[in-house]
Design a protein around this ligand. Structure first.
Ligand SMILES: [Zn+2]
Length: 383
């Protein structure tokens, strides 16, 4: 039982991140952990985060959709959680996967505003429409509610189930052109581990998680660390990033960010950290065709370059065309600059392209993060 729960928590861990390029919704972890009506169980449970994350993925018709979690510091010592759950939240905090705050205040809404993300909450924000006009737009705030086998989302405005993302606010767009450094030693959000550069930048690089820095908090117009409430130092330009996605059998399985100077390997089971592993989603024939490392995606200036590093080669679907006669070969060891809409096809039906140009085109068959959950109540139905 304990082992099973650990596996679920590991699966959920892969779905919390503060990377502005990859997070798809923002939530308050303490609030979500107390949605007791999901399972009529303990007063607080971390597993409920998995239920909400699954609901978001289903609503977005994408697999592996991560959320940006804001966590009240009191949660690290919440006696309603198991000691294992408290340990897991502390680890997420230390790794900068979640944002732990003494006083979250309206940080939830600030993150949503800066990044243009939908908010998952049951809380009402009456009176804040002046500051955050998008609160009045349909689908920007959704309440996770119990539904057959898990949870569903219901928009506060409009009543739909579809989360709606907006543009980053002007302030958000500006803040995200720079890297920031917190003066507090060991800051998990804006420390050296977050890639601030400096004298030990090269040393830190190998240890660094590939995530981008979270958005600073604006306190009276000054970029500040939301955790330490200190003024952040400008640590130089943030390298350019493009968000790509892998679509397999019509379903977007995974998004990933490619940053200038940090190529990403995609394949059956690429070596090293930060690679995109496709093996789990492939049938036998596709597994035989696709190399362990098949594609290397690089960003040079504004150019996205796909470099085939495979044994068997790839194909290109120019401008995303699914017409077979328009598909062109990308032979082994060749590279191609991706034009607008271009998809690289590692094997028929296994495609990589810019995330914005690669929507899911098939009914969603979720691989639930809750698949290993210990009780039937926590399981999601197979469609
Ligand atoms: Zn800090």
């Amino acid at each position: 039982m304990r082992f099973e729960i650990s596996k679920v928590l590991d699966a959920i861990e892969g779905r919390v991140r503060t990377d502005p390029a990859l997070a798809r919704g923002v939530l308050d972890l303490a609030e979500v952990s107390r949605y007791r009506d999901f399972d009529n169980g303990r007063p607080a449970s971390l597993l409920r985060l998995g239920v909400v994350v699954d609901a978001l993925g289903r609503a977005m018709e994408e697999d592996n959709v991560p959320v940006y979690a804001v966590v009240h510091r009191a949660m690290l010592s919440d006696a309603d959680l198991t000691s294992n759950e408290r340990m897991v939240v502390r680890r997420w905090a230390d790794d900068g996967l979640v944002e732990v705050l003494d006083n979250p205040g309206d940080r939830l809404l600030e993150v949503a505003d800066l990044l243009g993300l939908p908010v998952l909450t049951r809380a009402r924000f009456d009176g804040l429409n002046g500051r955050f006009p998008w609160l009045a737009e349909p689908g920007r705030v959704l309440a996770p509610v119990p539904a057959a086998g898990g949870a569903a989302l219901i928009a506060h405005v409009g009543g739909g189930a579809k989360p709606v993302s907006g543009a980053r606010s002007t302030a958000g767009a500006q803040l995200l052109t720079r890297r920031w450094r917190c003066p507090e030693p060991g800051c998990a959000l804006f420390g050296d581990a977050g890639g601030g550069g400096g004298a030990f930048a090269d040393l830190a690089r190998s240890e660094r998680k590939p995530d981008g820095q979270p958005p600073p908090s604006l306190r009276a117009g000054v970029p500040s660390c939301p955790r330490h409430q200190t003024r952040l130092a400008d640590a130089g330009a943030r390298p350019r990033t493009e968000v790509l996605a892998v679509r397999i059998g019509g379903l977007v399985r995974q998004r990933f960010a490619v940053t200038e100077g940090e190529p990403v390997l995609v394949g059956r089971a690429p070596d090293g950290d930060g690679g995109i592993t496709l093996g789990q989603w492939l049938n036998d024939e596709a597994r035989r065709w696709i190399s362990r490392s098949h594609l290397r995606i690089e960003l040079h200036g504004g150019d996205l370059v796909a470099h085939d590093v495979s044994t068997n080669g790839s194909g290109v679907r120019p401008a995303g065309s699914m017409v077979e006669t328009e598909r062109v070969a990308l032979p082994p060891r060749q590279r191609r600059v991706l034009g607008r809409g271009d998809l690289i096809e590692l094997y028929p039906g296994v495609q990589v392209g810019r995330a914005a140009e690669l929507p899911s085109a098939a009914p969603y068959q979720p691989t639930s993060v809750m698949a290993e959950a210990p009780t039937m109540a926590m399981r999601l139905p197979r469609p």
